[in-house]
Structures are given as C-alpha cells and as structure tokens.
Design a binder for this molecule. Structure first.
Ligand SMILES: [Zn+2]
Length: 143
C-alpha cells in the first residue's frame, strides 16, 4: 500500500500541539538525539487513518515499542486495555514520575498497560539518559 506523506503544515501543527515532545515519555525534541516522529495513534496496520486526529508525536524509542499495538494487558488485572491516547487523554491523569525521576508509573489501567507495552519505565537506554537529565536539572517535567 502506498503512503501519502504527511503535509508539512500538518506535521508542524502536530509538533506544536504536542509541545514538541513525545506523547508517551514526554522527552522533548531538544533532548532527543533523533527527530521525534509523527506516529499513528491507531496504527495504519490496524486501520488507523492519516487524519490529523489520529496523529501525534513520539520519540523513536516509544514508537518502536508501541509498534502496531492499540491495547495491552493491564499488569494488575490482566485485562486487555486500550493504550494511552496522547491526543485525547491527559498524561498526568494516567502516569506519574517516580521520586527519582527515572521511571514512569502507571496510575490507571491504561497507564499501567501503556507503561508495560511501551517499556516507559524499564527501557535501559531511557533510564540511563534520564539519570543524566535529572542531574542536569532538566527532568522530570512538571506539566
Ligand atoms: Zn517517548
């Protein structure tokens, strides 16, 4: 299937709406050594459209872990749960930072399922880098 590239103006608007940071781990563009990606909230492989309402910003790490997932088990109940939608849901209602700023903790079923599926708390590369951000005073974001 051919893909229509996302229009530059649309991509620019999504970056602005997403505050130029990953919708899942909140890593800002200026601290990520790769271009944040326009991701499909519902993946194209699962019938998600290229409509702006289905697009958001993600870092390559989160985007890779998310892959074509839309749901994941909540580790607490085992129930298949929709992943966090960064466009329509508030990050701070579903997640919080650990006291040391290194880990993301799910507060809801959606938060817990997303933390597990996207490895928001235990990806070793992310945890290592966040440790330096904490020392520098750049992390964690408060809002
Ligand atoms: Zn991320």
């Amino acid at each position: 299937m051919s893909r229509t590239p996302i229009a530059a103006a649309t991509a620019q608007r999504i970056r602005k709406d997403a505050q130029n940071r990953c919708g899942y781990c909140l890593s800002p563009q200026h601290l990520v050594m790769a271009r944040l990606e326009i991701e499909h909230i519902v993946p194209r492989a699962k019938g998600g459209s290229d409509d702006e309402s289905n697009l958001w910003l993600a870092c390559p790490l989160c985007n890779r872990h998310k892959s074509d997932k839309t749901h994941a088990p909540d580790p607490e109940s085992g129930a298949l749960t929709p992943l966090f939608n960064p466009r329509t849901q508030n990050w701070f209602e579903h997640f919080r930072w650990s006291d040391d700023g290194l880990h993301i903790i799910g507060l809801t079923a959606t938060g817990r399922a997303t933390v597990a599926a996207l490895r928001l708390s235990d990806d070793p590369d992310a945890v290592l880098v966040r440790g330096f951000w904490v020392v520098a005073g750049w992390h964690p974001p408060k809002a």
